[in-house]
Design a protein around this ligand. Structure first.
Ligand code: CP3
Length: 348
């Protein structure tokens, strides 16, 4: 067994007794860091993702600069649609754009999940190199999009305002949606299993778009496949974190999905969520990312509110309710990490 110097994050995932609450930040390797932008000047986003040395370099930045208790491998959820046969470009200040989208049943034949481990070898090489460079300082998290969130991109072709395409598919051809979700679930399970084999200590499933659906459709088209992935990931004791946004209606079901940790957005009161599901799973979250626009006193007040709401005892991993925004100051981010490290002691 690997000996980690700081394993607070993993112990909190397992609800073990610890001295303080661990913190990491979704999208912690990114544009808010000048050190990230410096690497990015010479390289486009996809080249960074596909070059293990660069991916490793930016993965380590928030550990060194911000002092977070876990690293998350620098990559993107869109590497899976790409490996399945859908090329995309990351358009500057506009976001991802796919070369083609799934519109007809015959498009299924353009997808292939053969040789995933070869097609995604750059991710696995980045994981191995990062583990080496981390040298046990903190755990490394691997991640994937949820099947529904990935299908949303594959059908919409990028970001979307009304999500008309994915919703039309669900209502007009639910059988085809299920066939695609089944196929993507198998790819995601294999992908996360391979990441674990290469050394990640935990995995997070990002279901950014599941909350677009009504409660019954969320269960049918998103949660069902998150469960399927959790059931099929090959692991020993690596925790699985399920990130969900806007699913107040299905917290109990998500806690019963087999995930070890449920990661919630800032619209929940984390103390209430703990009462509801905290005996089954650890909780991650959930400060509003925009609090980081405020001054340090306000950041302290809001961070303590989250700690206080969760209350005494283990099973809490501090994080934001969604990814950090690109125009946040690194100094405020570092201040948050220091505040959580200091203020959380009295809850343990
Ligand atoms: O958290 C980390 O530090 C690890 C890296 C990471 C990225 N994307 C890097 C990234 C992770 C975990 C993701 C996940 C991701 N990617 C999600 C799920 C989480 C969430 O935020 O909801 C989604 C929906 C995507 C898809 C994606 N990638 C979009 C829509 C965009 C464009 C919008 C944006 O933020 O620029 C990206 C680009 C992206 N992924 C960047 C980074 C650092 C910015 C790219 C740049 O340098 O220009």
């Amino acid at each position: 067994m690997e000996k980690l110097k700081n394993d607070l994050f993993l112990r909190a995932c397992k609800k073990e007794q610890i001295d303080r609450t661990p913190i990491w930040i979704m999208r912690q390797a990114g544009r808010y860091l000048p050190e990230y932008r410096k690497v990015r000047v010479n390289s486009d986003f996809k080249s960074m993702v596909k070059t293990p040395e660069l991916a490793t370099e930016v993965t380590l930045q928030p550990v060194d600069i911000i002092g977070v208790d876990a690293a998350i491998i620098f990559s993107d959820i869109l590497v899976i649609p790409e490996a399945l046969g859908m090329n995309y470009e990351m358009v500057e200040s506009r976001g991802p754009s796919f070369d083609w989208t799934i519109t007809h049943e015959s498009d299924f034949n353009r997808l292939s999940k053969s040789d995933l481990s070869d097609k995604l070898s750059y991710v696995f090489d980045a994981v191995k190199l990062t583990k080496k460079k981390l040298n046990g300082r903190v755990p490394l998290i691997g991640f994937s999009g949820s099947p529904f969130t990935l299908l949303t991109y594959m059908v919409e072709g990028g970001g979307s305002k009304n999500f008309s395409q994915i919703k039309s598919l669900i209502f007009n051809n639910p059988e085809f949606a299920h066939k695609l979700l089944e196929f993507i679930s198998e790819a995601v399970s294999e992908y996360l299993s391979l990441k674990i084999k290469c050394g990640v200590n935990a995995v997070q499933i990002f279901d950014t778009w599941g909350g677009l659906l009504s409660p019954d459709l969320y269960k049918e088209f998103s949660l069902k496949y998150i469960k399927k992935v959790i059931d099929n990931v090959e692991r020993t004791d690596e925790p699985i974190i399920s990130y969900a946004k806007g699913i107040h209606h299905s917290l109990i079901e998500l806690a019963d999905s087999g995930a070890d940790v449920v990661s919630i957005d800032w619209t929940h009161d984390i103390g209430e969520v703990r009462k509801l599901i905290g005996n089954k799973v650890a909780l991650q979250g959930n400060m509003d990312p925009t609090v980081l626009y405020a001054n340090t006193d306000t950041i302290r007040r809001e961070a303590v509110k989250v700690l206080d709401s969760y209350g005494h005892g283990s099973g809490h991993i501090f994080n934001l309710g969604h990814g950090i925004l690109p125009d946040i100051s690194p100094a405020n981010t570092k201040a948050l990490v220091d505040i959580v490290k200091e203020e959380s002691k009295r809850y343990h």
